[in-house]
Ligand binder design. Structure first.
Ligand code: AMP
Ligand code: ZN
Length: 475
């Protein structure tokens, strides 16, 4: 499988340290608010990657952290703690906020068929591991204490800007943008491993440490959690592209300094989902969440398909018009699958099966080309073969794409039958009321006859009395 690697800037042959085994790490959400659909784009594409690795026969162990402490407003260690900001906004404690938004995140994931990673670890559960790692970095001479905080000393590295060797100045933007320059740092790219500084006195969650009461920096949590559950060799690390710098750059710096050798060979980054006006935001403009889309009538599968239709390495612009087009495509696709015979007991057509499975794998093996893989679904429907083979292929691809293709098509058929059933019941009701009205007129009960006419009119049914009897039409 060829997969683009941010570390080498090329589509590399995906390799693992141990044959057949993948140790995969994903940066989890900062649980101070709902996830926006941009965050969810990253998790959808990472889910497809994990499922495709499993589909290809790998034994995958995937670990994700939950950031419930340490992530400041600016990724470069300045500003307020995002969790504290969330707690103040909602007048709750940090742990209440963390619990609420962690549950909300996994509820969104469930709707979008995103599998929960094998291990999910909240940062607040690993404080001893962070302290041990920070101490190790001090002992090895890679970290220093200054003005109360412990910093990583980037000048001790041969190379700090691992992702972009040619444009270090560009990558330093996040650091330069810091609202206030931290005078305690020795080098402008140094970053905080442990905070104790008095300016964070309102911090709700604080722990004892060898350097005083304080709390961990954001970057250390991913290095230590990955080390705890996946050991000192990681096969692939994922996140949105904004995580590449400074977060992942700092993770690599401290992990490799601590373990003393190369840590992770492959870095997978998902480009951003933006709005027409720019960056996706949780605080200004329309806050685009999965629940908002659902309240506007979009099935979560429509959003999943919207993401899969474009390549993870291209930024994607969200628009309702685009989503409407995907909604139509998804509904048409289900309607087409629904015409297949689910009871077909023909023998599997091995030739068609082999050919189409190869086409699917070829698309996915080429840097996870999900949009091309989706065109193979249409090739299956067009293929001159029996319905059993087509359904087997669709359900095979859906192990990776998770678009509810078979369940959705069956639900489409059920809804169609229900609608037809309720039509039949309505026609019987109209006919029974017309007969009752004829009897009422015969018995000179005109009040009841008028009542029936009025009732049917309220349901859109217009009665016309003729010599041959009463007929009806719909208004
Ligand atoms: P956060 O909750 O801010 O830690 O972000 C969770 C994940 O969403 C990270 O992997 C981010 O890189 C990713 N992310 C943030 N914004 C976007 C976006 N607009 N599009 C895609 N992924 C994003
Ligand atoms: Zn991380």
């Amino acid at each position: 499988m060829k997969l683009y690697n941010t570390l080498t800037h090329t589509k590399d042959e995906f390799k693992t340290y141990e044959p057949g085994k993948v140790r995969m790490y994903t940066c989890g959400p900062t649980v101070y608010h709902f996830a926006h659909i941009g965050n969810l784009r990253s998790y959808i594409m990472e889910d497809v990657l994990e499922k495709y690795l499993r589909y290809s026969g790998y034994d995958v162990k995937r670990v994700m952290n939950i950031t419930d402490v340490g992530h400041l407003s600016s990724d470069a260690d300045t500003g307020e703690d995002k969790m504290l900001k969330g707690a103040k906004r909602e007048k709750k404690t940090v742990m209440e906020i963390a619990k609420f938004y962690t549950d909300a995140f996994f509820a969104d994931c469930a709707k979008l068929n995103i599998k929960t990673p094998d291990v999910v670890e909240p940062a607040t559960g690993c404080i001893p591991e962070f302290i041990e790692m920070v101490q190790g970095l001090i002992d090895k001479g890679y970290a220093y204490l200054s003005d109360g905080n412990v910093y990583f000393d980037t000048s001790k590295l041969d190379e700090y800007y691992v992702f972009n060797k040619h444009d270090a100045e560009d990558l330093a933007v996040g650091v330069r943008e810091g609202v206030e320059e931290d005078k305690a740092k020795k080098n402008k790219t140094d970053f905080v491993l442990w905070f104790t500084k008095s300016k964070f006195e309102d911090q709700e969650l604080k722990w004892e440490s060898p350097w005083g009461i304080g709390y961990p920096g954001w970057h250390i949590e991913c290095s230590a959690i990955s080390l705890k559950h996946l050991g000192d060799r990681l096969d692939i690390h994922c996140g949105g592209i904004d995580n590449a710098f400074p977060h992942h750059t700092n993770e690599i710096a401290q992990s490799e300094a601590y373990i003393g050798h190369e840590w992770c060979g492959h870095w997978f980054h998902v480009l951003h989902l933006n709005t027409a006006s720019g960056k996706m935001s949780k605080s200004s403009g329309e806050f685009l969440t999965m629940s908002l889309l659902e309240s506007k009538g979009y099935d979560p599968m429509v959003y999943r398909l919207f993401c899969l239709q474009s390549h993870y390495r291209k930024s994607l612009v969200f628009s309702y018009e685009g989503l409407d087009n995907t909604k139509q495509s998804y509904e048409k696709l289900l309607a087409r699958i629904a015409t297949l015979d689910f009871e077909d007991a023909s023998a599997i057509d091995e030739a068609a099966m082999g050919k189409l499975k190869s086409a699917f794998a070829e698309a996915m093996d080429n840097d996870l080309n999900t949009s091309l893989a989706i065109t193979v679904i249409y090739d299956v429907l067009k293929e001159n073969t029996n319905d059993r083979t087509k359904l087997a292929l669709l359900s095979d691809f859906d192990k990776v794409l998770s678009l509810d293709l078979i369940e959705g098509a069956k639900a489409y058929n059920d809804a169609k039958n229900d609608a037809a059933g309720s039509d039949d019941a309505f026609v019987s009701e109209i006919e029974a009321l017309i007969a009752e009205r004829a009897e009422a007129k015969k018995a000179r009960n005109y009040a009841r006859a008028d009542e029936i006419r009025a009732y049917l009119l309220s349901k859109g049914v217009v009665l016309t009395d003729t010599k041959e009897g009463t007929t009806y039409s719909f208004s």
